[in-house]
Design a protein around this ligand. Structure first.
Ligand SMILES: NC(=O)c1ccc[n+]([C@@H]2O[C@H](COP(=O)([O-])OP(=O)(O)OC[C@H]3O[C@@H](n4cnc5c(N)ncnc54)[C@H](OP(=O)(O)O)[C@@H]3O)[C@@H](O)[C@H]2O)c1
Length: 427
């Protein structure tokens, strides 16, 4: 167990005398809960919405499957993150997680580890096993062949190719099926996959860093840096977990960002860099136009872009994506559709306020990561995370739901899901 000044981080503790606690990723428990838990034995989890909860046996192994699934974060796109645990006589006999698209599914890793012990075992898996031939053979067939007697799944696979067919196939072969265990957790884990597979559109997350007075840059347009090292490191993790990172051209002109993933301990993958730039103003020597980098760059532009400039950028390795325009700018919905067609399932938007607002206004933002630094910039004209026209009355606001709060040294991070309020006719 490690401890930070405000909260203690709990991990799996094996001693029978102690309480045994499974923690989700990046969760921390207030010292008060630690005191309470020390007096009890069993399996517990901590959730920002429901606090500490004792887990029953099914939930305990499902939690383990979810923890395993998370190890694939950022590596499985366009596939979901899946973890699988095979249990026999109360003991784990095999486990695994989906590590990369095209590679074996979680169930296959668990079956391989279990070997003959898979016969008569119970499989815990956070997503319905697949029943179709995709890049790999159906998992349902492998489970039936191995003699697995029961499958406990958190949720049905929303993929129209599966969508209950995996469960049907298992049941038809005499395998007992139980579903819905920790379903909300499983849905949250694979929220990007669920949106992508059901709509063809990527899951859009906006990340912005603001001062305490709500500014994303000073009056002269400078934004480096608002937050501290730890918060910025977390952004690199967000990039690693995303397929693409999207910025408006003014951000490139102001900051000349690299937009690659630089994790503290190395590793990680660079997302595809996308610049919304309807007239191809992107300078040829911008750092995102970097032939030496492994990261690909897409210029999302319109017919208004000069052909010679596009040709020069193309020569430097930039892909030119010509899209319809909306109000004289790149149509954001068309851009997301095109990215979805490229199997880009998760887009991290890194501003600025003009691009963010046009996405918000079009109802295209799924999730928000708002860092708040304890500094004040002032300045009537300093940009905010959502510029644009704005609304006339607070009743028309976007609500940000399912709020979560984290802290990185002195910086706060608010995470939530923006939803436009319904304005009743006649109200
Ligand atoms: N603190 C932070 O988290 C953070 C993050 C990013 C940026 N920033 C700061 O924000 C400032 C830049 O923000 P900004 O609001 O001026 O610009 P921006 O959002 O970065 O870029 C806006 C420009 O993008 C182009 N664009 C193309 N399609 C668009 C669309 N559908 N919707 C909106 N824009 C589209 C437009 O130029 P065309 O009409 O020429 O296409 C538009 O003027 C800089 O000072 C930067 O340092 C801060």
């Amino acid at each position: 167990m490690g401890a930070s000044p405000r909260a203690a981080r709990l991990t799996w503790c094996k001693s029978r005398a102690d309480s045994t606690v499974w923690m989700g990723e990046e969760t921390a428990v207030e010292p008060y809960f630690l005191q309470t838990l020390r007096k009890r034995s069993g399996f517990f989890c901590f959730d920002h919405n429901s606090g500490v909860k004792q887990l029953d046996l099914d939930e305990r192994f499902m939690w383990m499957a979810l923890d395993l699934a998370r190890q694939g974060r950022g590596k499985t796109s366009p596939n979901p993150m899946v973890g699988a645990v095979l249990v026999k006589g109360g003991e784990v006999v095999g486990s695994g997680y989906h590590q990369a698209a095209g590679g074996p599914h979680a169930e296959v890793f668990a079956l391989r580890k279990a070997g003959e012990n898979a016969a008569g075992a119970v499989l815990y898996v956070n997503l319905e096993p697949c029943s179709h031939h995709g890049r790999t053979a159906p998992c349902t067939d492998a489970l039936i062949r191995a003699g697995v007697k029961k499958v406990v799944a958190a949720m049905e696979d929303p993929n129209p190719l599966v969508c209950g067919k995996g469960f049907q196939k298992l049941e038809a072969a005499g395998v007992e099926v139980k579903k819905g265990i920790l379903e909300h957790k499983a849905r949250q884990l694979n929220e990007a996959f669920i949106k992508y597979i059901t709509t063809g559109l990527p899951f859009v997350t906006v990340k912005a860093a603001i001062s305490m007075d709500g500014k994303i840059a000073t009056g002269t347009g400078q934004s480096r840096w608002i937050t501290g090292d730890k918060a910025r490191q977390f952004v690199h993790r967000l990039r690693d977990h995303s397929d693409a990172v999207l910025v408006g051209i003014e951000t490139v002109l102001a900051d000349d960002p690299l937009l690659t993933t630089r994790l503290e301990n190395g590793g990680g993958k660079d997302p595809v860099r996308v610049v919304a730039d309807s007239k191809a103003r992107l300078p040829l020597d911008a750092r995102v136009v970097n032939p030496g980098s492994r990261a690909r760059t897409i210029l999302a532009t319109t017919e208004e872009a000069p052909r010679e400039k596009c040709a020069a950028l193309r020569e430097r390795g930039v892909e030119i994506m010509v899209l319809p325009s909306r109000a004289g700018r790149v149509d954001p919905a068309a851009l997301l559709r095109k990215l979805g067609e490229r199997e880009i399932t998760a887009v991290l938007v890194e501003g600025g306020g003009t691009l963010n607002y046009s996405l918000l206004e079009a109802g295209l933002i799924d999730k928000l990561f708002l860092f708040i630094a304890p500094v004040i910039f002032g300045g009537r004209d300093s940009p905010t995370p959502f510029d644009g026209e704005g609304i006339a009355s607070p009743g028309e606001a976007w609500d940000v739901e399912a709020l979560e709060l984290k802290q990185f040294d002195r910086d706060l991070l608010l995470i939530g899901y923006p939803k436009k309020r319904r304005v009743e006719v006649g109200s």
